[in-house]
Design a protein around this ligand. Sequence first.
Ligand SMILES: NC(=O)c1ccc[n+]([C@@H]2O[C@H](COP(=O)([O-])OP(=O)(O)OC[C@H]3O[C@@H](n4cnc5c(N)ncnc54)[C@H](OP(=O)(O)O)[C@@H]3O)[C@@H](O)[C@H]2O)c1
Length: 346
Amino acid sequence: MTGFGNVGQGVAQLLAEHRDEYQGRYGVRLLLTGVADRRGMVVDPSGLDERGLLLAKRERGSVSTVAEQGRSVRGEFLESSEADVFVEASSTNFVDAEPGWTSIRSALGLGMDVVLASKGALVLYYAELMEIAHSAGKTVSYSATIGAPLPILELTNRALVGASVMGFEGVLNSTSNVILQAMIEGKSYDEGVQLAQALGIAETDPTLDVDGWDAAAKAAIVANTAFGSSLGINDVSREGIREVTPEQIRGAVVTGSTLKLVSSTSRHDGTVVAEVRVEQRGPADPLGRLRGSELGAVIHTSQLGDFTATVENSGGVTGGIATAYTVLRDVLNLARARGWDSAGPT
Ligand SMILES: NC(=O)c1ccc[n+]([C@@H]2O[C@H](COP(=O)([O-])OP(=O)(O)OC[C@H]3O[C@@H](n4cnc5c(N)ncnc54)[C@H](OP(=O)(O)O)[C@@H]3O)[C@@H](O)[C@H]2O)c1
């Protein structure tokens, strides 16, 4: 696994706490055999001690400061981990998708399946990534990249197989929607940002969230998955929440509605369109009734009507830990699909 921030540490915490339970329920024993952050990396093919890694990170700032566990050098990190699955959970960028893009290609080249938390490679190199994975006979799973823990990919890829997906709309960026709700409740934009930061969901610089980049990335990923397109992030028509006007706020308040940053995609006559818009949604609307950091999605099908998935009353399980659950959901589903639960990986 590369990246040991909110998501990476969440994965380590869940493995430490639930390894035996996962083995009992799913018949597969998950070992973390290598982990890297910016300052270094540590490897042990027989399995690292996650609690030691968490302590080392908290007290000394890097996983590489774990004294008693094996070290590695950058070039050999993936190979020496002897992993079956590579989890990419390092910081995203939408310019060159690094450092994830290089690691992902190396992992596929070494015969590993890939599970992504980071979105960069998916929105800059989607077609190339899938082609490399296909040629290698490996899979790329990425449920965690689209409003984790919502099961959007599980719906489009499994539950709705055989049906025709016509469109999708989702509230997928917590930070923007916490800020919008605060503004509806009479607070300023800056107060909304401070609230989102206090909740631990907004970065110090929330640009990727408030200018709609994160929501646009998610719209592109859903479009490519549901419609087989290969949209990049710059193909998504995008607006952010900085430009929301007092009139929009008043219009929502007087009608008892709310404003949401909505990621959507649809297909018309073979053309796939993806966009991000600030939209007014009423209380009866499945996306309009979401509050605070709650997430939701509606998938429109031609034969079966509309499918809605929402995460409400999550009891504070949001952000990194919810994403970590979703990463491990992908890993466990992969293990079952590959038959590792019965025979073990070869
Ligand atoms: N947090 C969420 O709820 C969420 C949800 C969905 C997707 N994601 C995505 O998941 C990824 C991780 O998110 P996060 O919240 O965990 O971010 P984070 O807390 O900022 O952690 C990022 C991690 O990436 C590491 N990193 C950066 N450059 C690296 C490099 N060149 N080599 C190795 N490690 C490197 C950082 O190392 P240092 O610790 O040394 O700085 C850090 O451990 C991001 O791409 C994010 O967009 C996050």
